[in-house]
Structure formats: structure tokens, C-alpha cells
Design a protein around this ligand. Structure first.
Ligand code: SAM
Ligand code: GLN
Length: 287
């Protein structure tokens, strides 16, 4: 059987037929949903009227997307956007695709800081996903995002406009922190590169082949170099009793909590992600 894409319902049938064996069913469903979001089909159309027509142009576009999926290129890069928390986030080859774990980090910060008013800094912001989701869901916050990559910052700025979020994006090299002076920051959040070079062999090929390595990898000898740099920045700009939230390599929870303790942080917690891995560390600055 050869499926022709004529209605919304056909999208999944087509992808299932074309990608059978290449991707698991759960991923095919996720692809279908992202494609439907890209075409801005309404929930009503998708759920109550799956027989709604798909135009010839849209059908051709879906066939093209499907061909690219066969090369292993991530769907988010192919269609140029993804969903993150309650935001639509554009991505390209200069930005990491924001991960579900990072949505958990955002959720934690929002839930632990209800009614927050103050300034918040996202270091290594990439697509701006964290900064934008926090700005929208913590309306009393003044959010800044920094990154070393100018092309990533361009996308982050586009994403702020797309999501009607007020965020300031600034170029800054966290390893050369003199460039950024933002005294009086109340909350610092960061998901810096944390995958050790030696962990490459265990990574998915589509991550290695398509995502920016400068967003992912750290040398084996210095796996915490970005966290050290951020804590130095925090020493200067985070207010007393200000909070820090990190996403971390699941194998380095102990080292991270020790490092926060030696820097004088209190109420340090290592928090598991949905897969039971030590994925987040948080603490309060105390001296
Ligand atoms: N915050 C985004 C997210 O969670 O999806 C992106 C996180 S990605 C793991 C790390 C980010 O740190 C990348 O966007 C990368 O460009 C940035 N980065 C790498 N080295 C940096 C440096 N020296 N200074 C500032 N940002 C840096
Ligand atoms: N969680 C990402 C991955 O496994 C890594 C993100 C990071 O290095 N901060 O690909």
C-alpha cells in the first residue's frame, strides 16, 4: 500500500509506512505531532476533523521532511522549530535542540520561585529556551541570556519575539567572565556543556552528526570547567542568598555538590530527572 497524504489523518500513516523499521513508533508519533504543529493545524482540526484536507504543497513538504528523516537529521532541525515547555523554539545547526530534562529544570525553577520578582541570568542560553520559558512563566522576573555564539544569540532573539517574551540577550564568554558585569543577579541558571569527550562513543549518531559540539562537550580532564567559571561569576554578581540552578552530567552529582559546598553555598540539593538520574544541582549563596 502506498499512502497518499490527502488528509491530516494520512500524515501519521504516511510516516509510519515510510519510516517503519528506522524509528520506533513513539518517535513516529512525535514527528507527526511536530509536523502538525509546524503547519499550525488547530486542535479542533487534529482531533475532531482528522479528515480535514492537507494541501498539495503541504503534502510535498511532508514528503521532503520524511526523506530528510531517513538521513538521521533531527526533525527539529528539519522543520526549524520545537516545542519547549509552553513555548515554540526555533533551532538551527548553531543551537542545541532543547531537551526534555531541561524542561524539568525550568519547571523546578518556576515551582520553587512562585511570585518571584528580581533578576535572572541564563548562562549558555543557546536557543534561549530556558530564558524565554522562565520569562514567560515568571512574569516578575527580568531575564538576561548570554552565550558565546553569535548565531545562537540571533536565534534566541528571534525566539523572544516569537514568544512575546522580554529577554535581553548578550554575547559573553563565560570562561572570560570580565566581559559580563551584571551585579545584583538574584537567580543564575545554566545548562553548560557537560558531556565528556570519552562519553562520545555512547551517544546517538544523530546527536554527534548534527548537533553543535561546542554546546555539548568538555575535555575529560576538566569536566566541570564551565561550572567552575560560572561559580566565579556568581561570586561577583549573585546577591547574598541568591540561588543557583544547574543541569549536570548524571555521573558528577557528588563532585558538583562538593564544589557548591566549598564555595560556601547552603541548602544544596542534587535532584533526579524523570529517568532517576542525578541531573540537577541547586544551592543558595551564603558567603
Ligand atoms: N541553554 C540551552 C539549552 O538548555 O537548550 C543550550 C545549552 S548547551 C548544552 C550549552 C551552551 O553553552 C551552548 O549554547 C554553547 O554555545 C554555550 N557555550 C559554550 N561555551 C561557552 C562559553 N565559553 N561562554 C558562553 N557560552 C558558551
Ligand atoms: N543532555 C544533552 C545530551 O545528552 C547534553 C547537554 C549538555 O551538555 N549540557 O546530549
Amino acid at each position: 500500500m502506498v499512502v497518499k497524504i490527502q488528509t491530516i489523518r494520512d500524515i501519521k500513516l504516511y510516516l509510519r509506512e515510510e519510516l517503519n523499521g528506522l524509528y520506533p513508533e513513539t518517535e513516529i508519533i512525535a514527528f507527526t505531532n511536530l509536523i502538525k504543529t509546524k503547519f499550525r493545524f488547530t486542535k479542533l482540526q487534529m482531533f475532531s476533523f482528522p479528515e480535514s484536507p492537507v494541501t498539495g504543497k503541504q503534502a510535498a513538504e511532508i514528503a521532503r521532511i520524511c526523506m530528510e528523516l531517513k538521513t538521521g537529521r533531527p526533525i527539529q532541525y528539519i522543520i526549524g522549530e520545537t516545542r519547549f515547555y509552553n513555548c515554540t523554539i526555533k533551532v538551527n545547526s548553531s543551537t542545541l535542540i532543547p531537551r526534555p530534562e531541561t524542561e524539568e529544570l525550568v519547571d523546578l525553577i518556576i515551582k520553587e520561585n512562585r511570585g518571584f520578582t528580581g533578576s535572572l541570568l541564563d548562562i549558555g542560553t543557546g536557543s534561549g529556551a530556558i530564558a524565554i520559558a522562565l520569562a514567560i512563566n515568571m512574569p516578575g522576573s527580568a531575564v538576561t541570556g548570554t552565550d558565546i555564539s553569535d548565531p545562537a544569540l540571533d536565534i534566541a532573539r528571534e525566539n523572544a519575539v516569537l514568544n512575546k517574551a522580554s529577554v535581553t540577550f548578550t554575547m559573553s564568554d563565560m570562561l572570560n567572565s570580565g566581559i559580563l558585569i551584571l551585579p545584583g543577579t538574584d537567580i543564575i541558571v545554566s545548562n553548560p556543556p557537560y558531556v565528556r569527550e570519552s562519553e562520545k562513543s555512547r551517544m546517538e549518531k544523530n546527536v554527534l552528526d548534527f548537533e553543535p559540539h561546542s554546546a555539548l562537550f568538555v575535555p575529560d580532564a576538566e569536566p566541570l570547567k564551565f561550572y567552575k567559571a560560572i561559580l566565579e561569576i556568581a561570586q561577583r554578581i549573585l546577591v547574598m542568598h541568591g540561588k543557583i540552578y544547574f543541569e549536570i552530567n548524571e555521573t558528577l552529582g557528588k563532585e558538583m555538590s562538593d564544589m557548591l559546598a566549598s564555595e560556601g553555598y547552603s541548602e544544596i540539593r542534587v535532584i533526579n530527572d524523570i529517568n532517576g538520574k542525578e541531573r540537577f544541582v541547586t544551592g543558595i549563596k551564603n558567603d
